[in-house]
Write a protein that binds this ligand. Structure first.
Ligand code: C5P
Length: 226
């Protein structure tokens, strides 16, 4: 079956996309370079293929794709709450670049530099791992898909995450290559599942989104015994 068919009709697809911003004080935050383009492209492709799509979006500058419902969040904690509040779902695709650490406390007023203070240590605490938590949840979506942005040893780290987070499929991209990955319109993915793998692209993110959904559908059908 090819993209354009209604092969996701009636599937409830929950997608997280974009970065998270972890506030330090009222004017500063810790963020990352995720544009949200890959997650938004997947949301658009899934909706076109008939899915009922709920997109949980971090702070991005992207229009909402047609026929997609969207909830905007800022921090990892907000994304965590928003994703869990949308269960149950048939498929979860965690494409967001969620911060791993967040300031223990948000300063209520702007932090000032002090004369003579040459260094500043921020006290950070771990954020909840939304993907791993969903994969272990009582209402676990039957198919859980993660992303991994790696600069090196892509296959090894991606396969490690597939197992550690108990997910079904992981799409890894090598970051740090000009023209691919974060902020770019093109990307290349190495997709791993428990007994297989496939390289997708390099291609525009819209095309990759459909190719990834083809793999998601294959896994869905295998699990459903169809
Ligand atoms: O462990 P790492 O952050 O590389 O894993 C990436 C995958 O885990 C992505 O799918 C991302 O959305 C998800 N993740 C998450 N919550 C976190 C950190 C990562 O859902 N706190």
């Amino acid at each position: 079956m090819s993209a354009g068919d209604f092969d996701f009709a009636e599937r409830r697809v929950l997608i997280s996309a974009g970065p998270t911003f972890e506030d330090i004080d009222p004017v500063r935050f810790i963020g990352n370079r995720s544009s949200g383009k890959m997650g938004f492209a997947i949301a658009q492709a899934a909706a076109r293929r008939g899915a009922r799509v709920m997109l949980i979006a971090g702070p991005v500058h992207l229009p909402t794709p047609d026929d997609v419902q969207r909830i905007d969040v800022r921090s990892a904690a907000q994304m965590h709450a928003a994703v869990l509040a949308q269960l149950p779902a048939d498929i979860y695709i965690g494409a967001a670049a969620v911060a791993d650490y967040t300031p223990r406390e948000v300063a209520p007023i702007k932090m000032k530099k002090r004369p003579g203070q040459e260094t500043l240590v921020l006290d950070l605490v771990r954020t909840p791992d939304i993907l791993a938590e969903l994969a272990a949840h009582a209402q676990r979506p039957p198919l859980v898909v993660g992303f991994a942005a790696e600069t090196d040893r892509v296959a090894e780290y991606a396969r490690g995450k597939l197992i550690a987070k108990r997910i079904d499929l992981i799409a890894a991209n090598r970051v740090g290559i000009a023209g691919c990955g974060f902020e770019s319109d093109d990307n290349a993915l190495e997709v791993f599942w428990h007994d297989g793998e496939r390289s997708l692209g390099p291609a525009p993110k819209a095309q990759l989104a459909d190719a990834l959904l083809d793999l998601v559908r294959e896994q869905w059908c295998l699990r459903a015994g169809r």
